[in-house]
Every structure is written in C-alpha cells, then in structure tokens.
Design a binder for this molecule. Structure first.
Ligand SMILES: [Zn+2]
Length: 188
C-alpha cells in the first residue's frame, strides 16, 4: 500500500515535470534553463524539445552581464517582469519555478495587450531572477513615479529616477532604432 502511494506520487511528480518542461519550451526555454530547473533527464528534454519545436535545441548560451538590464527599455521591461514574478512568489504561494513560468506568461500577455514589443525573452527573465538570487541586483524605487525598478546591488537607493519618468533623449525616435536596440539586447 505504502509502495503504491510512493509510486503514484512519483508518477504524478514526473507528469508535472513534463508539463512544466512543455510550458517552458513553448515559452522559448533553452536547454541550460531546462537542465538547471527541471529534474527530467537530458535525453527526455531533448526529445520533448524536438517534438514541440520540430528541431534540435540550440547549443549553449553566451555569458550575459547584469549591466544589460540597465539599458533603459530592457530595464523597464525587466522591472515589470520582476515585479510580477515577486508578487506571485511572495504573495500567492507559487513556487519559484511556477512564479517564473506564470510571471513570464503574464508579462508576455501584458506586452501583447498593450501592443508592445516583448523585450525580455524567457532566458533573459530567468537570468534576471538568478542575478537577484546571486545578490548582483536589487530593486530601487523611482522617487517620481514610486515604481520599483531593477538596479545594481550597490547603487544608491535615494533620488533614483526611472527610464519611464526620464527617458534618454534618443529613446523611441524611430521604431527601427528601438527594434535594433532590442535585438542588440538579446544578442549580447
Ligand atoms: Zn519613475
């Protein structure tokens, strides 16, 4: 009887892991994210990836600096995502992984509803969470709009003005330039 219970639990845990893997792959996860966050074997995740995407997963990820989250548009989007993530994790009892998945889905929905470019990919959102966990980043309030933004760990907390209240002069001049900057953020 006890053995049955254990077996049932492990089958259901396994099913949940597969479901999470499917959600993450559909949201654009790469192998490094899947291997770090899930307990499924690498072979199974590669098979799932091929099945869902019809292609082999891309190899590796380039190193990414926390500085990249400070560029004005990525900073606004990263801050939006991180606020949603933290709300889910701290106020709704979601696990860290589920807060990442649900939080990212909500962020994408917000962009789509407001006809905004999705600036932060799932990989970048995940890296952001890991930078916070490694204490490389902190949240800093804007002294004008009172919004909470992503900042370097030891940046001063007072008199910070966010990129929405004070956009750089070149910001948003042309859509083409904005898209080029977003592509640069993703590539770098
Ligand atoms: Zn502000």
């Amino acid at each position: 009887m006890r053995k049955e219970t254990i077996l049932r639990k492990s089958v259901s845990d396994d099913a949940q892991e597969v479901y999470r893997a499917i959600e993450l792959i559909e949201l654009g996860a790469r192998m490094q994210l899947l291997e770090t966050e899930l307990t499924l074997s690498r072979d199974r995740m590669i098979r799932l990836y091929r099945e869902l995407k019809g292609t082999a997963p891309p190899k590796g990820m380039r190193p990414f600096s926390a500085d990249r989250y400070m560029i004005w548009m990525p900073n606004l989007h990263s801050s939006l995502f991180y606020n949603i993530y933290l709300f889910l994790k701290e106020r709704t009892g979601c696990s860290r992984r589920d807060s990442l998945i649900k939080g990212y889905r909500l962020y994408v929905e917000h962009c789509e509803r407001n006809q905004l470019e999705v600036v932060v990919s799932l990989t970048r959102a995940w890296t952001l969470v890991r930078f916070f966990e490694a204490s490389l980043l902190q949240q800093t309030p804007c002294c004008r709009c009172k919004g909470i933004f992503v900042a370097h760990k030891h940046d001063p907390q007072s008199n910070f003005v966010c990129g929405a209240c004070e956009p750089p002069s070149r910001a948003g001049k042309t859509k083409k330039a904005a898209i080029a900057r977003i592509a640069e953020f993703e590539r770098s």
